[in-house]
Design a protein around this ligand. Structure first.
Ligand code: SF4
Length: 105
């Protein structure tokens, strides 16, 4: 979830192995590997979080911080769409297929 909205859902193993929307990928990268104090690959997101008090109902909640956001993300909220493996993703531009990542947790 980000800003009170579900960004991705599905089996945890599948989501963390290949997160689809950029927010889930950033969240997964922020998890420290066993033995690490800090996640070495933790991304630094640009921009500022949107107001949780007055969210824009017409925009993706991650727009403004998303590295691949486009104009449509500012004017049309992405619905949760089904993806392979029983997952659902709220993103206009999820990678297809989701990128496999090294298993960190
Ligand atoms: S809908 Fe747009 S802004 Fe939101 S996560 Fe996807 S690409 Fe990024």
């Amino acid at each position: 979830m980000y800003g009170g909205r579900v960004m991705e859902e599905g089996p945890a193993e599948a989501v963390f192995a290949a997160p689809a929307p950029p927010y889930t990928a950033a969240l997964a990268d922020a998890v420290a590997a066993p033995g690490e104090r800090w996640a070495a690959a933790a991304p630094r997101l640009a921009g500022e979080p949107r107001s949780p008090i007055n969210p824009d109902p017409k925009a993706c909640g991650f727009h403004g911080r998303c590295p691949i956001g486009q104009d449509v993300c500012r004017t049309v909220p992405p619905p949760l769409r089904p993806m392979p493996g029983g997952r659902r993703v709220a993103c206009h531009f999820p990678p297809e297929p989701p990128h496999e990542r090294p298993h960190r947790i």
